[in-house]
Design a protein around this ligand. Structure first.
Ligand SMILES: Nc1ncnc2c1ncn2[C@@H]1O[C@H](COP(=O)(O)OP(=O)(O)O)[C@@H](O)[C@H]1O
Ligand SMILES: O=c1ccn([C@@H]2O[C@H](COP(=O)(O)OP(=O)(O)O)[C@@H](O)[C@H]2O)c(=O)[nH]1
Ligand SMILES: [Mg+2]
Length: 236
């Protein structure tokens, strides 16, 4: 991420806002032109990281795809990384499969290492980490291994009945998209995920988004939160 050492002109600022509404290409062009035009940028050590949290079916993956299109983030779904590990028949594969079938949380050291490797391979300065951390232990392990906190935490707040409806109609052939497992996942969400959300709320990093309505309506809420957080990071 770039550290601002000179303030953006208001014209450039509005270019960036405008670009944020018309897709990653415009955003990248505006942003890169800003990098060229505003001398003296220095690359920061840690990339911009946004955790994306919310219960099963709250819309994390759907909104992550829109954020990628608009702001050029790399999307790392912790669940997808784990499912890839299962498919690779690695030594942890069967343990991960059993854990996911039960709606439980995979040991932190496994998930954090997968995220770390994906970030190193990602060659980007902004990442969405989707569906992680799911517990205080996950959170502490990430901060210990990666050595940094996230810049922002998006939390999609959605009523349980809406989440269940969406999960049961999600045709992705997943072993955990069934009534029995989704009930377990909702219990895990309220018992273990919510304390993580509370932690980041107290730290002032949480952006709670109403997860009801159409995907486009929800993204309008997301867009301004992400734009503000990116600008805040640049101005630090
Ligand atoms: N705003 C929405 N309204 C209705 N269905 C949605 C909405 N957002 C996502 N979905 C659908 O609900 C299911 C779960 O969405 P997803 O983004 O995978 O959530 P999560 O990653 O939080 O489990 C998917 O089938 C998706 O197409
Ligand atoms: O950091 C993570 C992310 C996911 N999971 C497991 O993987 C499942 C599916 O996660 P995903 O985020 O893909 O589910 P979604 O919320 O998108 O339905 C979860 O229920 C957990 O069992 C986990 O253990 N640790
Ligand atoms: Mg998901």
């Amino acid at each position: 991420m770039w550290r601002r050492v000179a303030s953006l002109s208001s014209a450039l600022e509005s270019d960036l806002m405008q670009a944020a509404t018309c897709g990653a290409g415009a955003w990248q062009r505006a942003f890169s032109s800003t990098q060229v035009e505003v001398e003296g940028f220095e690359r920061k050590s840690h990339p911009f990281v946004a955790f994306v949290l919310g219960g099963p079916g709250s819309g994390k993956g759907t909104q992550c795809m829109k954020i990628v299109e608009t702001f050029g983030f790399t999307h790392l779904s912790a669940g997808d990384l784990l499912r890839k590990e299962i498919a690779s028949n690695s030594e942890n594969g069967s343990m991960i499969l059993d854990t996911i079938k039960e709606g439980k949380i995979v040991p932190s050291e496994v998930t954090v290492r997968l995220i770390q490797a994906a970030m190193e391979a990602g060659r980007n300065d902004r990442f969405l980490i989707d569906g992680f951390p799911r517990s205080e232990e996950n959170r502490a392990a990430y901060e210990r291994v990666i050595g940094a906190e996230p810049d922002m935490v998006l939390f999609f707040d959605c009523p349980e009945n809406e989440m269940v409806k969406r999960v049961l109609s999600r045709n992705e052939g997943r072993v955990d998209d069934n009534m029995d497992t989704v009930k377990k996942r909702l219990r895990v969400f309220s018992e273990l995920n919510l304390p993580v959300i509370e932690h980041y709320s107290i730290k002032g990093k949480l952006r709670k988004i109403d997860g009801t309505g159409s995907a486009d309506e929800i993204f309008e809420r997301v867009r301004s939160a992400v734009f503000a957080a990116l600008r805040e990071r640049e101005e630090r």
